[in-house]
Every structure is written in C-alpha cells, then in structure tokens.
Ligand binder design. Structure first.
Ligand code: ZN
Length: 223
C-alpha cells in the first residue's frame, strides 16, 4: 500500500466508543466518527447475522486514500468508495469523505454502511462483483437496503438524528444511474426506495426481496 493511504484497522475500534449524544448535537471529527460508526456496524451485523453467520468477521480493514492507489481489485478512483472482496477491505476517498464530515454532513455514514453491506453479502456468500454478473444492480440495491437497516438501528439508539437520515436519503436519491438503461446501481428513486425499505421495516428479510424484485432486469454490459 502506498504511503498516501491511511490504514484504519477496525479491530481497534470495534465497540470501543459509543457516541454519547445524537449526531449534530455533538459533532465528532471525521476519523473518530467513522471509527465509531465502524464499531457500530460491526456490532450491528454481528448481532443481526448471529444465526446465519455465527462467526461473522466484518471487513479486514478500511483504507482512506487521498490519491489514486492500486488495490487487489484495481485502481481506486477518486470521489468514490468501494469494497474489495479480494482483500476484504473498504476503500474510501478521503478527499471526498473528509470535507463532508468537516461540514457536519453525515452522508459518509450512509456511504460506509453501503460498502459494509457488500462485505455482508460476501460473508453470506451472495457477493459476486464480476462485470458479467447479471444481478449486479440487485447487489447494489441490496447494499442500499442494508444501509437502511443500519441507519434505522443507529437512529433508534439516538446515535444518528433525523438530519443525518435525511442526508442519507438525499445521497441515495442523487447517486443513482443517469438512465434506467445503465442498470449499474439503480436509478436514484430505486436506490432511495430500497434504502427506505430497509429503514422502514428494519427487516433483513425485506432486503432479500431485492433479488426477487430486481433480478428480472439484468445489467446491460457497458458499451
Ligand atoms: Zn456498492
């Protein structure tokens, strides 16, 4: 890994800290917030998957980068976040994430929760990111649904306030495919719809419905 990458080992943070007050009431600096959220994600998914994945591990690490770096899954691009199955690592562009957090914008919580959702898919045996995968879009929408589950849990425990949830909804609505024909991540309304499905129901089984409801429209390969 190049020097520009800051490696944040999750294990040191798991369940180590719990925010004493709702977000926005007592803002935390970016790295502290993400480390705290990572601990919350680890605890949430460990509990949620206790019967399906009794030895749930969580991602091996989270890497924050500020210039292009090479990963086992290819070059990490700027203004992006990604989960790499090969090294079980989440990659976050700090030049994108940090300014948001510095402005008290909690959108990165939703971004991290989405990428963590891919790691959950991996441990469940559902993850296949190959470009030929016909259900790529369903995988992305399911990760949005998983993000909804987690943010609901955080909100219920007063760890995130209404504003943070609104910021998450705004992000998913704005981060959709430019056209339904793209079928990469789903359109903005689709992404928001599945985030809301997870958030409203707090049911992991609802997120399983993504494949049944979305798989009929396989991804069109890039031209
Ligand atoms: Zn994704």
């Amino acid at each position: 890994m190049k020097a520009s990458a800051t490696i944040v080992c999750l294990l040191a943070f798991v369940c180590a800290t719990i925010r004493p007050a709702p977000a926005h009431a007592d803002p935390l600096d970016g790295p502290t917030l993400l480390a705290t959220v990572a601990g919350d994600l680890q605890a949430y998914w460990t509990a949620t998957l206790v019967t399906r994945v009794p030895s749930y591990q969580g991602p091996r690490s989270i890497v924050s980068y500020s210039s292009r770096i090479d990963t086992p899954c290819g070059r990490a691009t700027m203004h992006n976040a990604d989960y790499c199955q090969t090294d079980d690592t989440i990659y976050l562009d700090a030049t994108w994430i940090d300014p948001l957090l510095a402005n008290d914008d909690y959108t990165p919580v939703a971004i991290l929760a989405h990428e963590w959702g891919h790691e959950v898919q991996n441990e469940l045996g559902d993850y296949d990111r190959s470009s030929e995968h016909p259900y790529l879009r369903a995988l992305e929408l399911q990760a949005d649904c998983y993000a909804g589950l987690f943010l609901r849990s955080e909100h219920d425990q007063n760890r995130l306030d209404d504003t943070a949830v609104t910021e998450a909804r705004r992000f998913f609505l704005s981060a959709g495919d430019p056209s339904p024909k793209t079928r990469s991540h789903g359109t903005g309304p689709q992404r928001l719809g599945w985030f809301n499905a997870g958030y409203r129901t707090a049911s992991v089984d609802v997120c399983a419905d993504v494949f049944r409801k979305e798989h009929a429209m396989p991804r069109i390969p890039d031209q």
